[in-house]
Ligand binder design. Structure first.
Ligand code: 13P
Ligand code: SF4
Length: 319
């Protein structure tokens, strides 16, 4: 513990010396989230991370999350240095949507408005008309559908199907999924709910249809945290990455939080739904990147400039 405390102090000094702030996602390690809060950084969902980075006056943004989050920060702030503890922190949605194949999909449907989830590479975003996060996908697609636009959606098929059902929009869906949320099992969730009839069920919309169908609240990480604080229920079953429990416990210490069963039928262990790429962020490699300055996000300026347009459109819409 003493060693950990010393490590944290060294990181704090490095952040101050380099005029750097931490921008952390709720799925990262609790220690990292706590450090981000203590040092004037932020802990947030994808949309708020993007906004915080764009409004920050820091010279360096250290994004603790996955690579597309670092890329979004760089696209919005090309003049800032954007570091990550580990640039190998990808996302199965990003991996499942290669830019060239995606471009062919767009070319085949030129009469569709291209809406891409933020969990994608800069090159895929550069091809989009709109970028959305899970917290703002519904109102943006509703807005487009009201204008009579047909939508080409990528890459998450579960979120896409959910948005389609809720908005009635005409949508063509890419076939991608999040490996973490895809692991939630509807039958096992039913059994857990039977054991906890007073629990409210909170579900991230990257989950399969049968899991979303059992939800009391479907939303982004920030929206699910808000539900734990605001709903009167004493107990919650949470179908998203277990990293989120750190913030939920901080804000609602008296609530009972149960992880939704993932992968192994009936499993309710805390480690069973955790993103392997979010887990690549740790104090030790955070210190390393501040010392060495490698693991810096670079975006080709032309791609960055194009990708910035649909991201900025989302931020302006959300305002
Ligand atoms: P949020 O935008 O809800 O934080 O989700 C990000 C993510 O990667 C979910 O798996
Ligand atoms: Fe991607 Fe899923 Fe990990 Fe989120 S939890 S970063 S969607 S793989």
């Amino acid at each position: 513990a003493e060693e950990g405390a010393a490590l944290k102090e060294r990181i704090k000094s490095l952040l101050a010396e380099q005029e750097a702030v931490l921008v952390a996602h709720y799925y990262t390690d609790g220690e990292l989230q706590a450090l981000a809060e203590e040092t004037g950084g932020c802990v947030a969902d994808s949309l708020e991370m993007a906004r915080f980075g764009a409004e920050s006056r820091a010279k360096t943004l250290v994004v603790c999350g996955v690579r597309f989050m670092g890329e979004t920060a760089k696209i919005l702030n090309p003049e800032k240095r954007v570091l990550m503890p580990d640039l190998k922190s990808t996302c199965s949605l990003d991996e499942g949507c290669p830019p060239s194949e995606f471009a062919a999909f767009c070319d085949a449907h030129p009469d569709h408005t291209v809406v891409v989830y933020t969990n994608t590479s800069a090159a895929v975003k550069a091809r989009a008309d709109w970028v959305v996060t899970s917290s703002i996908a519904l109102p943006i697609v509703e807005h487009l559908a009201a204008r009579g636009e047909k939508i080409l959606w990528a890459p998450d098929k579960h979120l896409g199907r959910y948005v389609q059902e809720k908005t009635g929009a005409e949508m063509l869906l890419w076939d991608g999924a999040c490996v973490v949320h895809e692991g939630f099992k509807a039958h096992a969730l039913e059994r857990l709910r039977a054991l906890h009839p007073d629990a409210a069920v909170l579900v991230h919309p990257e989950s399969p249809e049968g899991v979303i169908a059992q939800a009391d609240v479907v939303g982004s990480t920030t929206q699910l945290i808000k539900a734990v604080v605001e709903l009167p229920h004493p107990e919650f079953i949470v179908a998203t990455d277990t990293g989120i429990f750190w913030k939920m416990r901080q804000l609602a210490p008296n609530k009972v939080l149960l992880p939704a069963p993932a992968a192994g039928e009936g499993a309710t262990c805390e480690s069973c739904a955790h993103c392997p790429w979010m887990a690549m962020n740790a104090l030790h490699n955070l210190e390393q990147v501040l010392l060495i300055g490698d693991q810096e996000i670079q975006i080709e300026p032309e791609i960055g400039a194009r990708a910035r347009i649909p991201i900025q459109r989302m931020l302006d819409f959300a305002r």
